[in-house]
Design a protein around this ligand. Structure first.
Ligand code: SAH
Ligand code: SF4
Ligand code: F3S
Length: 440
């Protein structure tokens, strides 16, 4: 690869990423004809980190690569192209990826033609791009979340000109429809309904890495689900960072609730959606869950904290009371609903009594599962500079205490179904015993 001249690259900028301006266009993907066979006799492997948004993006990356003639490799050793689709949500997630990048350097030595690509949320942060340039000179392509569709161009530069490509856009671009996709499952599918997030919870990097909220058009989503039905798919999971804000930017008085009714008509047997924001969860959506048999009676509704003081500092725009009220409505309208959540402990300002309030809320709601995290300061977010006086030991203690309670709820949730016969979606042989099928 040629020498690095940092100045010439397209690098991200967090204050640009914070801006929420401009119209969004809806365009269609086209692969330039001269790139259709560029990948022939080359094998790729994708390592995906982070949330379902990245899982869905990796299916698109695979789709683009296969459209160019690449084939999927079974192992890293066997690959000509290694793509890390990265996550920036917590420091721990990033450290795992830096470690993996270090480990992969040896393959560059044994295979000089190997291309290493870093994509996804991490490179949306300027400090990450700088570190990649300085410390990982063997990475060939650095791209972000907004320019997946440009991968063929970057590969052209890398294959033909042996040029290193660093291109990360701060601002989200158009919504690109008809991107090729290689889905990872035969019966269940991710379906993006919107991209980005406008919430700016003070701890969170996602609004910077994923850009402003923008919804796909209902007809494009319905069409995609119809096609999935015709291929025999049994379940779709509608994706977005805050799916309850779906449609707001389209200004057509059509939200997630309406979309659920329309998707039910496609005949897809199961519909799920994630992630919900308690503030925007409305009665139309709750009623759709209760009315439509296709919409599964499970909701992941991240609460983050049970203390109003902490919720305010997190910029979550709801109180514990509002949250509990929504849970009440859900339980009323959706019989047998199972509710799971996300909680952060050790957020700056969280004292012992705030934490007790979180435990109390967990108990009251009866969550049947949850993801729990210790607050991880992210450069560029407001909470990064909040004063934090709680020790790491104390944060770990809170996490353990919370996990104990969440695990109890998980067990209670499972016991609800003991000795009952229910319909499940089988997703393959059980991990523990290949003679048994597992489903959910
Ligand atoms: N859009 C989704 C998912 C966000 S990321 C949502 O709003 O729920 C998933 C979870 O990671 C969040 O719900 C939050 O609990 C956690 N999280 C996000 N940023 C974090 C940070 N800086 N430190 C610790 N946990 C964080
Ligand atoms: Fe992050 Fe909050 Fe947006 Fe979720 S809603 S992605 S936690 S900013
Ligand atoms: Fe991670 Fe990006 Fe998802 S930061 S959690 S992969 S939106």
């Amino acid at each position: 690869m040629n020498d690095i001249d940092i100045g010439k690259y397209f690098k991200p900028n967090l204050s640009e990423a914070r801006k929420r301006k401009g119209e969004i266009e809806h365009l269609s993907f086209k692969l330039p004809k001269d790139l259709v066979n560029l990948g022939i006799e080359k094998k790729y492997i994708i390592q995906t980190y982070g949330c379902q948004a990245n899982e869905a993006d990796s299916e698109i990356i695979a789709g683009i690569l296969e459209k160019m003639g690449h084939e999927k490799a079974e192992t890293v050793e066997d690959s000509d192209l290694i793509i890390l689709n990265t996550c920036a949500i917590r420091e721990k997630a990033e450290n795992r990826i830096w470690g993996e990048l270090g480990r992969l350097s040896k393959y560059k030595k044994t295979n000089p033609n190997l291309l290493l690509i870093v994509a996804g949320c991490m490179p949306q942060q300027p400090i990450v791009v700088e570190k990649l340039l300085k410390t990982y000179p063997y990475v060939d392509i650095v791209m972000g979340t907004h320019n997946l569709y440009k991968l063929p161009d970057y590969l052209r530069q890398a294959y033909y000109n042996k040029e290193r490509v660093i291109e990360v856009y701060s601002k989200e671009g158009e919504i690109i429809e008809h991107l090729p996709q290689v889905r990872n499952h035969q019966f269940k599918a991710w379906v993006n309904i919107m991209y980005g997030c406008d919430e700016f919870c003070t701890y969170c990097i996602v609004p910077y890495t994923r850009g402003k909220e923008r919804s796909r058009l209902p007809e494009d989503i319905i069409q995609e689900v119809k096609e999935l039905v015709s291929k025999g798919y049994q379940e779709v999971t509608l994706l977005g960072q805050n799916v309850n804000a779906y449609g707001k930017d389209l200004k057509i008085d059509y939200g997630l609730g309406e979309l659920l009714y329309d998707l039910d008509k496609t005949g897809i047997p199961r519909i799920r959606y994630t992630t919900s924001h308690p503030k925007d969860l409305d009665l139309t959506t709750i009623k759709a869950m209760g009315t439509l048999k296709s919409v599964m009676s499970h909701l992941h509704l991240p609460v983050q904290s049970g203390s109003n003081k902490v919720l305010k500092k997190m910029n979550r725009h709801y109180t514990k009371e509002v949250y509990i009220e929504k849970i009440k409505l859900l339980k009323e309208h959706v019989p047998g609903i199972s509710i799971t959540t996300d909680i952060i402990v050790g957020f700056p300002f969280e004292d012992e009594s705030d934490f007790e309030m979180t435990l109390d809320l967990v108990e009251k709601v009866g969550f049947e599962g949850g993801f729990t995290f210790i607050f991880s300061p992210r450069t560029g977010t407001p909470a990064f500079s909040f004063e934090d006086s709680t020790s790491q030991e104390e944060k770990k203690r809170r996490l353990l205490a919370l996990n104990e309670l969440i695990n109890k709820g998980f067990k209670t949730g499972n016991l609800r179904f003991l000795n009952q016969e229910v319909e499940v979606l089988v997703d393959g042989p059980s991990k523990g015993n290949p003679d048994v099928l597992s489903g959910y």
